[in-house]
Design a protein around this ligand. Structure first.
Ligand code: SIN
Ligand code: CO
Length: 382
């Protein structure tokens, strides 16, 4: 996966990252030469029926926008002969290996930034209206043609009484028709509107970036849930005289509580652990399948040495120094095991020869076996 050629056509990766990433849109004609969608529309409709798959149906018949959330009953989706509807299926990379492996072409950006690959299927005239996303996105045309109109928004005003966020005034400055294999990169904040020209499919590779509010929300929720790590003093007003103004907040009480808040400094180690867990937390609808049969430690080592290991497509695995994080869990690693686990995180697989000689390292084998039993990693090949 790592080392795959970035799908940027003639543009160098360095130029893209310097001049376009988070700055300016980029149209790449023939980013994926001869591209054919590995997912036929029917496969997408089948996913939209599953209750562990996030899906939406948007229609705009006679100018009236309608939004419904999946899962949908079999046969509930409109017929392709009808106009102006789109089915959007989120996180297809979590469900299909062939879609997950496409993401390898985008690993020039850290996994911690990757959100998911969404697929939209639209019939003629279908689209979700002019809108702004807060994420970077690569819009890969997978089948048929779609017209994209884009522009920097002049106003953030939204249409009233519409179940989605659609810009009330959109003044596009550029327009492109994308054919299968073409790709459009959009940084966050750019207004865009895609309209299907006949039946089409678009793959959106989206990148997430937490806002400060989201990060603090998660941090304080975790702090509130975990027992205090040190002493937990409680406010005391021992020695205070009687009050004649019982409605007033006592000034000494305010001062002591304010001091606790202002002086509250988590240790850097606590922050580092939280951050890794936060950034590798799977989405709420992600479930892992444990292997049907448990393996003994010796059986696990023997099979891993024979076939190698690979990270399950649903797993989020990351590291910082000697700290490893997988699916919201923290795993500290000592000396000799760390380089191998870093390789597993970077390449998402370990060939058998990388594991030879490690069968003697019980800490590593116990850790990998635990991940295997949880369904987070699997036996190879990649
Ligand atoms: C779509 O594929 O129809 C919408 C994708 C987007 O605008 O982000
Ligand atoms: Co969008």
């Amino acid at each position: 996966m790592l080392g795959c050629k970035p799908p940027l056509g003639e543009i160098s990766l360095e130029h893209f990252m310097r001049a376009h990433w988070q700055r300016r849109p980029l149209l790449v004609r023939n980013a994926f030469p001869g591209f054919r969608s590995p997912v036929p529309p029917q496969r997408l409709f089948d996913l939209a029926v599953q209750d562990d798959v996030e899906s939406r149906l948007v229609s705009s018949a006679r100018g009236r926008w309608a939004l419904r959330h999946g899962p949908f009953e079999a046969g509930e989706l409109p017929l392709p002969a009808r106009r102006d509807w789109t089915l959007l299926v989120q996180g297809v990379d979590l469900h299909l290996d062939e879609i997950h492996s496409l993401l390898g072409r985008f690993r020039f950006v850290a996994d911690a930034r990757l959100d998911d690959l969404m697929i939209s299927y639209a019939v003629d005239g279908g689209g979700v209206g002019a809108h702004v996303d807060s994420y970077d996105v690569f819009l890969l045309q997978a089948h048929g043609s779609r017209r994209w109109r884009i522009g920097w928004p002049r106003s953030s005003e939204l249409l009233a009484d519409v179940p989605m966020k659609i810009l009330a005034r959109f003044e596009p400055t550029e327009e492109y028709v994308l054919e299968a294999g073409d790709m459009l990169y959009l940084p966050p904040g750019w207004a865009h509107e895609g309209t299907a020209l006949g039946e089409c499919m678009t793959f959106s590779v989206g990148f997430r970036a937490p806002s400060r509010h989201e990060l603090l929300g998660a941090w304080f929720a975790e702090c509130a849930d975990s027992p205090p790590s040190g002493p937990d003093p409680r406010y005391s007003d021992r020695g205070t005289g009687p009050t004649r103004t019982p409605g007033r907040l006592p000034e000494p009480m305010h001062a002591v509580l304010a001091k606790w808040l202002l002086e509250w400094r988590p240790a850097p180690q606590e922050i580092a652990r939280f951050m890794g867990r936060f950034l590798t937390e799977p989405k709420p609808n992600v479930w892992f399948q444990a292997p049907r049969r448990r393996t003994s430690p010796a059986g696990f080592s023997a099979r891993a040495l024979r076939s190698g290991l690979r990270v399950d497509r649903r797993s989020r695995l990351a590291y910082r120094r000697r700290d490893f994080f997988i699916n919201g869990e923290h795993v500290p690693m000592t000396g000799k095991s760390a380089p191998l686990l870093r390789r597993l995180a970077d390449e998402r697989s370990l060939p058998p020869d990388a594991l030879r000689g490690t069968s003697v390292d019980p800490e590593l084998i116990a850790c990998l076996r635990g991940w295997f039993d949880a369904g987070w990693i699997r036996f190879g090949p990649p």
